[in-house]
Design a protein around this ligand. Structure first.
Ligand code: ARG
Ligand code: ZN
Length: 876
């Protein structure tokens, strides 16, 4: 056990800072054995709060060398250095506080603060990393102007970057040089960044709507110079989009992107100097899949959009994290939807939400998008804060409509520019601009859990009316046994017997078109539609207008009908998933022995359908993932669900073998790779057909896979072929291709990560002994989060059959790795452990074994605060 429980931080204890900082002057000397940080802070007492005599500055793992006040050395009696604080006594109303600290970026394996990654210095300060660089008021409501002078050896670190604009550079003695940067925009310390390295620079430029020229620069290691085009193109598209859709213009003369191999998360929106995990920014057709291209497009946009939603207007405290993250995810997903197929985009987001966020919201870590408390804030960079947060903003968008929503966002940015604010300020701006009352809607911010909507309907032929009743409830979550009803938009349509949308008219109202949005506010509401001449099939929650679980007793015939007729693409897909889920569940529970022929005929029709968007067809044909099936099932039996899913997959593949071959031939690879929706859809279908055929050990498909693997001009097709073979029973071909792939790509870390993940996630290739062997591989590196994620993370998160092996070996393996990683990188260790906290979802024997593994972690004497919080909550 840990010796003492970490402190819980509560929103209700928020107080304004007693001191403010107007200006920060940093001088950072980079050396081979450490770094010296000279900081000068213009500090003054905050006039709007009760005066305090002591100034408390945050600091972690710092060696304090000097403290001065207005340039005078401070005597030892005037200050105290404790574990994580520097206290200055008898602080005057205003003063220049000087602090010199010595830190060791070379030994920083946590990757928070200033650290070294493959020879370059870089930083990650969100949420509380700046206090690992120097003593500071490290909280987002303290906003200061930063001037940063970096000094380093000229040969080793020719490139020295920080936020804002470069204002000075000069050579220094002993082969060193300095570059000085000034950021004119006041910002919280979490947006500070610094980079020093031997990097190549890729230039581009962007002319803003008002005609200003912005220099765009991307900095990468020399071997990655050819992997910048996609990110730069995406950046320019995102800059234009934010001007057009939100009226937001970029505000500095230069915008920089840096790629770093060792990074805890995806990327970081530091002012003017975004830092990215290499895997989220570097791409070429030969090395990155379509999915990676999409990921880069959305993350580049996301970080850029933060310049307004996050930087110009920031968070008052970390409980408000979703203010910037939920809004920015909503913005980036709308951006992505505008680049390709809106429907397919929505499907991907909802699929992720329903698999990962719904699971989080029904587990021990369930929290509202504005949490009331935390122990370690990095644990709250969650799918709830990000993805559910985005859904909540999307609901405001649906309730207000696009024009009023835009008026609301304009007001929000104008009213709060340069401020650190709350989610409530955001909602108020939306209310003030629209005149709508969002009082009840605000419950989305403080109630956790996924609401359930139960739908009942009845048709009365005599009066030609159709009644729909919608009841809502929300299951209890930790600390919240009862929930008040939510306000949500519910879009629906009614399909007539010919499959066309009926004209909708509510009793006593004007006709309202063929799709309408209902306002749901009550525990139970009834809607009566008139002039309905035959019993319709309802198309419910079109476009997934609210993040809820929907219960309606669909018959399989109704689902078949929706699959072929619904005018809402999202709901067509949803019906296909519900049909497949129903069939799989019936097999898993032993209620049915054979795969329902209707599913086969639905898939067959889809394969032959060339009127529908092929990208949508590929999504509709994809069976629900095992993770999603588990999420839907109380007391899940993983093996049974997996076997039922496999039975459906192989029986579909057998029945549709000829169609699959035909689809494969119908979508040949073009001579050159293009990142277009059409080509991506063709690749998705082609690779899906291959995977299905290999699931039944089709020899002819193995030939196709081998030749596709050998001839592919892009990574989507090469990896698609490799993955299909790796997941098949062709053990010899699997090994040959895996060896060949590694031989060819071993010098490229991003591709090696794909090679690890394709094995670690595979039921066939990713057995526990094989996972252990991968961890012994020369390319595996405990210090690199991407490697840890692509082996251990992929095993525990995607290879569910092997992770949930009945003997519990997967669980004790994971516990062991978490214990091993926790001392060096607690943030990643805490993320890795979370699959074990989902034990309530599983049948009793499984749940017991998972808890035993959690207790093993809990028993460690020196657990980090990060891992302690997840494990202790996971056991409660
Ligand atoms: N703000 C960053 C992003 O969304 C993520 C920050 C990572 N935070 C962390 N604690 N590692 O876009
Ligand atoms: Zn973000």
């Amino acid at each position: 056990m840990r010796t003492s429980e970490p402190k819980t931080i509560r929103l209700k204890d928020y107080r304004e800072p007693p001191f403010l900082i107007d200006q920060v002057d940093l001088r950072v000397e980079l050396f081979e054995d450490g770094a010296r940080v000279h900081s000068r802070l213009d500090v003054r007492r905050n006039p709007s709060v009760q005066p305090e005599s002591e100034l408390h500055l945050d600091g972690e793992d710092l060696k304090l060398e000097e403290v001065t006040l207005n340039g005078e050395h401070l005597s030892a009696s005037r200050y105290v250095v404790e574990d994580s604080q520097l206290t200055i006594r008898d602080m005057p109303d205003s003063a220049v506080v000087g602090v010199v600290t010595w830190i060791k970026p070379q030994e920083n394996t946590r990757l928070e603060g200033l650290y070294k990654s493959s020879g370059m210095f870089c930083t990650q300060c969100e949420a509380e990393g700046f206090r690992r660089i120097t003593y500071y008021l490290d909280r987002p409501d303290v906003m200061a102007r930063f001037r940063t002078r970096i000094e380093a050896d000229l040969k080793r670190y020719p490139i020295l970057l920080a936020n804002g604009n470069e204002v000075d550079r000069s050579p220094l003695e002993e082969g060193r040089h300095q570059v000085t940067w000034e950021d004119p925009f006041p910002k919280p310390a979490y947006l500070f960044a610094l980079v020093g390295g031997d990097l190549v620079e890729r230039h581009d430029s962007f002319e803003t709507v008002s005609g200003r020229n912005v220099a765009l620069r991307m900095y990468v290691e020399p071997r990655n110079q050819e992997k910048c085009d996609h990110a730069l193109a995406a950046l320019k598209r995102a800059m234009r989009w934010d001007e057009e859709v939100y009226g937001r213009e970029y505000d500095l003369d230069v915008f920089m992107i840096v790629a770093v191999d060792d990074f805890n998360m995806g990327a970081m929106e530091n002012k003017g100097l975004n830092i990215f995990n290499s895997s989220c920014v570097l791409a070429s057709p030969e090395t990155a899949t379509d999915a990676i291209y999409d990921r880069i497009e959305s993350i580049v946009a996301h970080e850029y959009f933060h310049n307004w939603s996050g930087n110009r207007v920031t968070c008052r405290d970390w409980f408000q994290l979703s203010l910037k993250e939920g809004f920015t995810v909503f913005r980036d997903s709308e951006y992505s939807a505008d680049q390709g197929s809106r429907t397919v985009n929505r499907i991907d987001s909802v699929n992720m939400l329903r698999t990962a966020q719904f699971a989080e919201d029904s587990g021990p870590m369930a929290h509202p998008i504005r949490p009331a408390e935390y122990m370690e804030i990095t644990n709250f960079y969650t799918v709830t804060i990000y993805e559910k947060g985005a859904e909540v903003v999307r609901m405001i968008h649906s309730l207000l409509g696009p024009e009023l929503f835009r008026a609301g966002s304009d007001l929000y940015f104008e009213r709060h520019d340069g401020q650190a604010v709350t989610t409530d300020d955001f909602v108020r701006a939306m209310e003030d601009a629209s005149g709508r009352d969002l009082t009840q809607f605000r419950r989305w911010y403080d109630q956790a859990g996924t609401p359930e909507l139960a739908i009942e309907d009845s048709y009365d032929a005599a009066s030609q009316t159709y009644r729909l009743s919608i009841s809502q409830s929300c299951p209890p979550t930790p600390g919240q046994p009862e929930k008040a009803p939510f306000h949500l938009p519910f879009e629906l349509g009614l399909l007539g017997t010919d499959g066309q949308d009926l004209e909708l008219q509510l009793e006593g109202s004007e006709p309202s078109g063929r799709s309408m949005v209902l306002d749901i506010t009550e525990p139970r509401q009834e809607f009566v539609f008139t002039n309905i001449t035959a019993r319709p099939v309802p198309s419910l929650l079109r476009g997934f207008t609210a993040p809820v679980r929907l219960r309606y007793p669909w018959t399989r015939d109704q689902l078949m009908f929706l699959i072929s007729h619904d005018s809402d693409g999202f709901n067509r897909w949803d019906a296909s998933q519900r049909l497949a889920t129903d069939v799989i569940e019936a097999l898993a529970e032993g209620r049915e022995a054979e795969v329902d022929a209707r599913l086969v005929s639905a898939c067959s029709a889809l394969l032959k359908n060339d009127a529908l968007d092929p990208a949508l067809v590929a999504k509709m044909l994809s069976l629900p993932s095992l993770a999603y099936l588990i999420e839907l099932t109380p007391s899940a039996d993983v093996l049974k669900l997996h076997q039922a899913r496999e039975q459906v997959l192989t029986s579909l593949a057998r029945s549709l073998r000829d169609d699959l071959h035909e689809v494969y031939q119908r979508h040949p690879a073009p001579a050159a790779y293009r990142y277009t929706s059409e080509d991506m859809a063709a690749r998705a279908l082609r690779n899906m057909a291959l995977a299905w055929l290999l699931s039944i050990n089709d020899e002819q498909a193995l030939k196709l896979a081998r030749s596709q693997y050998g001839q592919a001009n892009n990574m989507t097709d090469r990896l698609g072929a490799l993955r299909a073979v790796v997941n098949s029973d062709f053990a010899e071909a699997r090994q040959t291709l895996l060896d060949d792939f590694y031989q060819q790509w071993q010098a490229d870390p991003q591709v090696v990560e794909l090679w690890f993940a394709v094995q670690a996630a595979s039921p066939q290739a990713g057995t526990l002994p094989h996972i252990k062997a991968l961890m012994e591989h020369a390319a595996f590196d405990w210090k690199n989060p991407n490697k840890v994620r692509s082996v251990i993370g992929a095993f525990a998160g995607q290879n569910l059959v092997n992770f949930h092996a009945p003997d519990g070996s997967g669980y004790s393996f994971l516990a062991e790795q978490v214990i091993r990683l926790d001392p060096s990188n607690p943030q990643i260790a805490a993320r890795l452990v979370s699959p074990l906290t989902r034990w309530k979802k599983f049948k009793p024997e499984t749940a017991d074994a998972m808890q035993r593994a959690l207790r093993e972690v809990m028993g460690q004497p020196k657990l980090s605060r990060d891992t302690y919080e997840i494990v202790s909550k996971g056991l409660s």
